[in-house]
Design a protein around this ligand. Structure first.
Ligand SMILES: *Cc1c(COP(=O)(O)O)cnc(C)c1O
Length: 827
């Protein structure tokens, strides 16, 4: 679409409209009333919040559908599409996002108010769509929004899980996982498409039949067939410019009821197969960084990959005589290795089902697929036992063997290859039982392979993919992650948005780089006061939320020190907790010093099987119990662990954060995106030189971020020193004493040995270098304490963070993917 100059001057969203009152929209009021009556089936007098929410969502959805159909209609069949394959989409709530992107917040609010209904009350009724674990899934959601905003025709493909990521309850400090049945009250945003369905097959055997021309046809006699049914959710871009489709697959049994068995009286047996089949889309795998080495996970990955490929091949074949030009009309992005089986499945579909020659199919496949790597941690690099693949996907393992043979043969043609090199680049790992290595499979089968921050991409070239990189030096490229500013600034922080519009003009709503206009006003005391006042209101709101959710009372005037993300040893919440315990001891020792009042705020889920992560949550809770109830530190230190971290909770915490904790062991966080959201909302970062922190430092300037600790190469070298932890502890009396206190039960009198193992692990090997970085972290924190006492300087740095992080908009990221990886025009 041509850039329409009038769009930029349309009424800004309510968030930024200032005093301007929206015009009453009688249509919206009537539409809501009609939906309430005829779609929900309730009378105004009987309607409850949920009824109002559904009625309003359906009324808004009608407007979305118009634009959706229009987007599809004006995207000619010749236009290239992007297909984003992801096992996770961590979307969060869609109601306010949709209303805001359509610029109708004011109209909807007014229409509801006229009916005696508060928009903010009903928007809180919507369940949080948590079809993802953390950063990887949230990235996919931000990308869907930016794709639509940039008017790029795109489909997101994934699984419609009946149960999203578990809800976290904290009972006496221990995490409990509660099923997230987000669909139990229906989902007004999705459209079931019973006519769009594909058969996905598993198991069985492969027969080889000679063709008259001497080639061999492989016929897969599968043992099991599953039906993938499409559910479409419209993804609305900013200002409703374009609406794309998120197509999620649900698993259905081909034969839902074995009628003969039922008639025999075997009522349970008649549906047993159905239960097994439909388990595929039952629940999101609640694992963040380790491969769940289980058959169901492999079935999930193949299920959605196969259905999605069949869907896009069908669409292509409706318009083209063959597949030779598939790469001109579609680009597929594999979000991590979860859909890497696409390499073998696309080959199978082309060669076995559509009779394309192998070489031609390989050309098409490797010109269409692209792969994003998200982690270098060995335990998180997916591999599948050959034996399992032979059983579940017998044809695919044959194809993988052939790809591997041809791959190794082409190396041999290019000169000597050593046994060592073969071991390094083979798709089959023979060192721990025979396993298929999905990362190298995705690499070989892709046109472009990307990392998600400059440092991460550099480490990809030097470590996991060094040999493949030497063979294909142009394949790896960097695409630093980004976040959508619509959700993470305009919707999450409407007061700050309004202030920014006043300060730099309404173009800031459309162009993230326009934030740099703030540089002009950072020195203006009147502006700074208003900025601080906005932050103060956000902090009061968070303080209320903390009180409501945990009972902890915190002072909004204190420094809000925030670490919110999945709980993982490499993210080092325990480093933060050690510093918290040490600070507590220091305040008690010198109660009359001028301590900077701090509230330590934590939130995050631990993978259900990750024992140490759950113990770290318990440590946060136990520290909170002692510290929050000690009158000696009252008003100076408080600790709160907010349960059930998800997108909606992030939207409340982030606008209120003063300090952003990004303290992973250098070299282990691929990018991070929480770091970007927090900086955008004015938090100062304390962090290691890891992931995108490196680029945040480049953007905001080294004087506006607090960097501490070992660098990635230093961390690698340090880890190799067998006695690094004991030396670090011996050199730091403060660290030694805090480890003694926690290890001996000072914070867990009911079970003094509770943290002995955790502390013992740090003393013995400490693979994440918590002890090595402790002193540097302590010093960095004390520097920030000092800075808090110079508010003018603090807020200047904070404002410069807001002004200089425009580059981290996912619009910039998607533009780079569009130009360099997908080769599609940007609208
Ligand atoms: C942004 C986000 C993440 C990723 O946070 P990191 O700090 O980058 O790990 C995880 N979960 C939710 C709900 C998010 O919004």
């Amino acid at each position: 679409m041509l850039k329409d100059a009038t769009l930029a001057h349309e009424a800004p969203p309510e968030a930024a409209a200032g005093a301007a009152q929206p015009r009453p929209d009688p249509d919206m009021r009537e539409a809501i009333l009609a939906k309430l009556r005829f779609a929900v089936g309730r009378d105004v007098s009987a309607a409850r919040d949920h009824d109002w929410y559904v009625a309003t969502a359906l009324a808004v959805r009608d407007r979305v559908v118009e634009r959706w159909l229009d987007s599809i209609a004006r995207t000619g069949p010749e236009k290239k599409h992007v297909y984003y394959f992801s096992l996770e989409f961590l979307i969060g709530r869609l109601f306010f996002d949709t209303v805001s992107n359509l610029n109708i917040v004011g109209e909807v609010r007014q229409a509801l108010a006229g009916l005696g209904v508060d928009l903010d009350r009903i928007r809180a009724v919507e369940p949080d769509a948590a079809l993802g674990n953390g950063g990887l899934g949230r990235l996919a959601a931000c990308f869907m929004e930016s794709l639509a905003t940039l008017d790029i025709p795109a489909f997101g493909y994934g699984i419609r899980y009946d149960y999203g990521l578990f809800r976290q309850a904290i009972v006496d400090g221990w995490q409990h996982e509660i099923p997230e049945d987000w669909l139990s009250f229906g989902n007004p945003w999705e459209f079931e498409r019973p006519d769009i369905k594909y058969l996905v097959r598993f198991g069985g055997s492969v027969e080889m039949v000679g063709r008259p021309d001497g080639t061999i046809q492989h016929i897969w006699h599968s043992a099991e067939t599953v039906v993938a049914v499409a559910f479409d959710t419209p993804m609305v871009g900013w200002r409703g410019r374009r609406v794309n489709t998120l197509r999620l697959w649900s698993a259905r049994a081909a034969d839902p009821l074995v009628l003969e068995a039922f008639n025999r009286g075997d009522h349970v047996g008649a549906v047993a197969d159905r239960m097994r089949v439909e388990a595929i889309s039952r629940v999101l795998y609640p694992s963040d960084a380790t491969p769940a080495g289980q058959e169901l996970r492999l079935r999930q990955e193949f299920f959605f990959t196969s259905a999605s490929l069949q869907d896009l091949l069908r669409r292509h074949r409706e318009r083209h005589p063959d597949f030779s030009n598939l790469p001109d009309h579609g680009a597929i992005q594999l979000n991590d290795t979860h859909p890497a089986i696409a390499v073998a499945e696309l080959m199978r579909l082309l060669v076995d089902e559509h009779n394309v020659r192998w070489d031609e199919a390989w050309r098409i496949t490797t010109a269409t697929l692209n792969y994003t790597n998200h982690t270098l941690m060995p335990e998180a690099l997916e591999t599948w036992p050959v034996e399992l693949m032979e059983r579940v996907l017998p044809r695919h393992i044959q194809i993988i063997y052939l790809i591997n043979f041809l791959h190794l043969e082409s190396l041999a043609k290019n000169g000597e290859i050593s046994a060592d090199l073969v071991r390094q680049v083979s798709l089959i790992d023979e060192s721990h039982g025979r396993r298929v290595r999905m990362g190298p499979l995705a690499f070989i089968g892709s046109r472009r392979v990307n990392g998600v921050s400059a440092l991460h991409t550099e480490l990809m070239r030097k470590t996991v993919f060094s040999d493949l990189h030497a063979l294909y030096p142009d394949r790896i490229t960097n695409k630093t992650n980004g976040i959508t500013f619509r959700r993470w600034l305009l919707e999450a922080n409407p007061d700050l948005t309004r202030l920014l519009v006043e300060a730099v003009g309404p173009q800031v709503l459309d162009d993230a780089e326009a934030l740099s206009g703030l540089e002009r006003v950072v020195g203006d005391p009147a502006f700074r006061d208003r900025f601080v006042a906005v932050r103060r209101r956000n902090k009061e709101r968070l303080a209320q939320e903390i009180a409501a959710r945990t009972g902890v009372k915190v002072d909004p005037a204190a420094l809000f020190d925030v670490q919110i993300k999945r709980i993982h040893e490499y993210k080092r919440q325990h480093l933060n907790l050690l510093e918290t315990a040490a600070l507590y001891a220091a305040i008690k020792a010198e109660p009359n010093r001028d301590w900077t009042p701090r509230v330590k705020i934590f939130a995050g889920k631990a993978a259900s099987s990750y024992v140490v992560a759950k113990l770290i949550i318990k440590l946060a809770y136990d520290l909170a119990q002692v510290i929050n109830n000690d009158p000696d530190v009252r008003g100076r230190l408080a600790v709160a662990f907010l349960p059930n971290y998800n997108v909606s909770l992030a939207e409340i915490i982030i606008p209120a954060a003063d300090l952003s904790e990004q303290i992973s062991t250098a070299g282990l966080e691929a990018s991070g995106t929480g770091n970007m959201k927090l900086a955008l909302n004015g938090a100062i970062t304390i962090g290691t030189l890891d992931g995108a922190n490196v680029e945040i430092r480049e953007q905001v300037g080294p004087e506006n971020i607090t960097i501490f600790g070992l660098t990635a190469p230093e961390a690698l070298a340090r880890k190799a020193e067998p006695d690094h932890a004991s030396r670090a502890i011996a050199a730091s009396p403060r660290l030694a004493s805090v480890l003694d206190a926690i290890g001996s039960g000072a914070f867990s009198p009911d079970d003094p040995g509770r943290f002995a193992g955790l502390v013992g692990g740090l003393r013995d090997h400490d693979p994440f270098l918590v002890t090595d970085d402790f002193d540097a972290y302590w010093e960095a924190q004390r520097g920030l304490d000092e800075l808090w006492h110079r508010p003018e300087e603090w807020w200047r740095k904070s404002l410069l963070n807001v002004a200089r992080v425009g580059w981290f908009s996912s619009d910039r990221t998607i533009r780079e993917y569009a130009e360099e990886i997908w080769r599609v025009p940007v609208g």
